[in-house]
Design a protein around this ligand. Structure first.
Ligand SMILES: Nc1ncnc2c1ncn2[C@@H]1O[C@H](COP(=O)(O)OP(=O)(O)OP(=O)(O)O)[C@@H](O)[C@H]1O
Length: 228
């Protein structure tokens, strides 16, 4: 990744409190176009809380998150939803596919939500699924595919609309290590190919090792790896 790539997401002294408890403490971070950033740390250290702040899912208690020239906290609900839908992608531990839709329909969902016609959306979904080796399962429901296939579908859905940033919370945490490695590799290759930045939360050092930049979260504080 080029050091010259522009910043797409910048957090400045972000804090998140749940009542009196401070889960994220004065975290500053910048993510460049196409950069893969990993955040590791023990359970309860605040990784997921930080991810939700960066993605505009939870409002910050203090500080600011900047994305494409906007402060997330200054957008109204409609603007924020549109931004999350169109410019961000999400992958979670268990894929979180919609059970009543086929693999292909699940993948096409972000394009459909952005108003793209069904035929075009499904065609693009078919292409992405093909790149991830999922041609043979495109008409199946999520309950009829394996765990690894299901996570690949989640990856396809997160990337299909070419978002600026994908937020991934333990994206391979439900897979065995061989499967996790392959899915992660395909995920990061596809993201790189389209210039999508990835913010990856994981407790797994082997997963974090694939990132361009690594941070460690401890007790709500974020530190570049090696600086502890
Ligand atoms: N909705 C909530 N209300 C109150 N406290 C919360 C809430 N969500 C998380 N916490 C607390 O905030 C702290 C950080 O939690 P968070 O889930 O961000 O950690 P994490 O590093 O992602 O953990 P894990 O690796 O186990 O998912 C923990 O002490 C947790 O108990």
């Amino acid at each position: 990744m080029s050091a010259q790539a522009p910043e797409v997401l910048v957090a400045s002294k972000v804090e998140l409190r749940y009542g009196a408890a401070v889960a994220v403490k004065e975290v500053s971070l910048s993510v460049r176009r196409g950069e893969v950033v990993a955040v590791t740390g023990q359970s309860g250290s605040g990784k997921s809380s930080l991810l939700y702040c960066l993605a505009g899912v939870l409002p910050v208690s203090a500080g600011e998150v900047w994305f494409e020239g906007n402060v997330l906290g200054e957008l109204d609900d409609e603007e924020l939803s549109a931004l999350r839908r169109e410019r961000f992608g999400f992958v979670f531990q268990y894929g979180e596919l919609l059970p009543e839709l086929t693999v292909e329909e699940n993948t096409a969902l972000p394009l459909r939500l952005a108003g793209q016609r069904k035929g075009e959306a499904l065609e693009l979904a078919g292409q992405v699924l093909g790149r991830l080796g999922l041609d043979s399962v495109r008409d199946r429901r999520p309950s009829q595919v394996s765990g690894g296939q299901s996570q690949r579908v989640a990856v396809a859905r997160a990337l299909i609309h070419k978002p600026a940033v994908v937020f991934a919370d333990e994206p391979t945490g439900s897979l065995d290590s061989a499967n996790a490695n392959t899915v992660l590799e395909e995920f990061l290759l596809l993201a790189k190919a389209q210039g999508t930045a990835v913010v990856l939360v994981t407790h797994d050092a082997a997963v974090a090792a694939r990132a361009d930049t690594r941070y460690v979260m401890a007790d709500g504080t974020l530190t570049p790896e090696g600086d502890q």
